[in-house]
Design a protein around this ligand. Structure first.
Ligand code: ADP
Length: 454
């Protein structure tokens, strides 16, 4: 089909409001992709066309591990064609249906990903406005991907969004009342409903009669099951506060004790660099299809998002690499704090390296006692001293007057180590506070070796 020359369609994945979604193989990289065929006859109506255009505009500029990636857009006489990341495990909604209730630990893992994606949207001044399990797809490794941005709206300073939208059970009181409302808080309410639903296995506001349902939502009264912890109950009450001004914000959620609880992975997200990855450009040029292009030409295409097979190949390869890195997480994770994103540019200038603000971490299968003994031994070996802030938080720096020997790091360094229990193992997180990046990395590398050799 015109517009799909580089893809082989394998099967239909589903059909949506505007057309079919097909599973296909990208013939250059052999990667699996999802192709959304939006029938032009369905978008004749201007409001539908606006929705499709909005989705494309938003997805083109987004790059977040919990938001569906758009690789390429093309069109022929019949369809607008969206080539997207293929998400293999179906809708979150079906997973909830199959599984029923989730434990707080599991729910936290999913919830953090949703908040991370939504916070990212808000930081780009976009509010999703239709957060619900049907709009979250599940990928391998329990990774969630937010999709369906058709109802999203760009936020403008001081301007309240006027369009009412979303699914009634997940819609906030200000939406169903048809009031003018400020965008971001609408998403907070819907995320509260999702969190409740995955913990309770039922909706907080549910009535078969729509008037009763709306009255219930507006009252903000819902019952909290007896087995919910105090912390999650507190978070839910704050998220499901009818008055949007008093409702908890995304950044407050990220700092809420239930969200930051140490018993599982930390509230960090993996954020890939927005800069051009020249290693991926090189990989693209290795395909015979692109043999006649120079590195500079390919870089220009990618930089300017030119509609060209090199750009789609680049986007696909970048994603494949990112996914394989995410799978490597089971041994070694590289992610950084949501809040540190802003600082990146400054440090980038200081050191001329883009990865300077990364937080490093890895998993460890040792028993708690052995882990701590080995950790302290490794720190001592590197000539560091430490302060135990609490059982799971250690602050280290160079020892003030230790004998310097060849195992000791001379440069001044400071970093924090946080330890989280995750399933059957521990995750050690290292946050560099000061000192040259490579020196800190060297020490962390030694600690990693010490903890991984029995
Ligand atoms: P709707 O218009 O109803 O929101 P979509 O057109 O986005 O639905 O998708 C229809 C179905 O196709 C979804 O329910 C989902 O099962 C499947 N699907 C959509 N996008 C993807 C994707 N990127 N990867 C895998 N499956 C997908």
């Amino acid at each position: 089909m015109l517009g799909l020359e580089n893809y082989t369609v394998l099967k239909t994945l589903g059909s949506g409001s505007f057309g079919k979604v097909e599973l296909a193989e990208h013939s250059i990289t052999k990667a699996k992709v999802a192709i959304k065929l939006i029938s032009k006859s369905s978008t004749k109506d201007p409001s539908t066309e606006i929705k499709v255009k909005r989705e494309i505009k938003i997805l083109k500029k987004f790059n977040h591990p919990n938001i569906i990636r758009l690789y390429e857009v093309s069109e022929n006489t019949k369809y607008t064609i969206l080539v997207m990341e293929y998400v293999s495990e179906g809708e979150f909604y079906s997973l909830i249906e199959r599984r029923g209730r989730f434990s707080e630990e599991e729910a936290r893992n999913y919830f953090r990903q949703i908040v991370s994606a939504v916070d990212y949207c808000h930081s780009h001044r976009i509010t999703h406005r239709d957060i619900k399990p049907e709009n979250l797809l599940v990928d391998k490794g329990n990774i969630l991907k937010l999709c369906d941005f058709g109802l999203s709206n760009f936020l403008r300073d001081g301007e309240f969004l006027k369009t009412s939208c979303g699914s009634p059970n997940y819609a906030s009181p200000e939406v169903i009342s048809g009031e003018k409302y400020c965008g971001p808080q609408v998403d907070v309410w819907s995320m509260g409903v999702v969190l409740y639903a995955i913990l309770a296995g039922s909706l907080p506001f549910d009535e078969s009669n729509i008037t009763n349902l709306f009255n219930k939502i507006k009252s903000g009264r819902f019952s909290i099951p007896y087995n919910f912890s105090d912390e999650v109950s507190d978070l839910l009450k704050r998220m499901l506060t009818p008055n949007p001004i008093l409702r908890i914000t995304c950044s407050q959620i990220i700092n809420h004790p239930w969200f930051t609880k140490y018993s599982t992975l930390p509230p960090f997200i993996y954020v890939s660099s927005r800069n051009i990855d020249h290693h991926i450009i090189e990989k693209c040029l290795e395909y015979h299809e692109f043999a006649s292009y120079s590195h500079r030409q390919a870089t220009e295409f990618v930089k300017n998002s030119v509609q060209h097979p090199i750009v789609a190949t680049y986007n696909i390869l970048l994603d494949v690499e990112r996914k394989s890195k995410a799978i490597e997480d089971s041994r070694c994770v590289v992610y950084k704090s949501v809040k540190k994103v802003k600082k990146e540019n400054k440090i980038y200038k200081d050191y001329g390296k883009e990865h300077n603000n990364w937080v490093f971490g890895f998993r460890c299968n040792l028993k708690a006692r052995t882990l701590m003994e080995k950790l302290f031994e490794a720190l001592k070996d590197a000539g560091l001293e430490w302060k135990i802030i609490d059982n799971f938080f250690i602050r280290t720096r160079n020892a003030s007057d230790t004998e310097q020997n060849d195992r000791t790091i001379n440069a001044i360094i400071k970093f924090d180590v946080k330890i989280y229990k995750y399933e059957e193992c521990y995750v050690l997180d290292f946050v560099r506070k000061s000192g040259e990046l490579f020196t800190v990395m060297e020490v962390i590398g030694k600690i990693y070796m010490a903890l991984s050799c029995e």
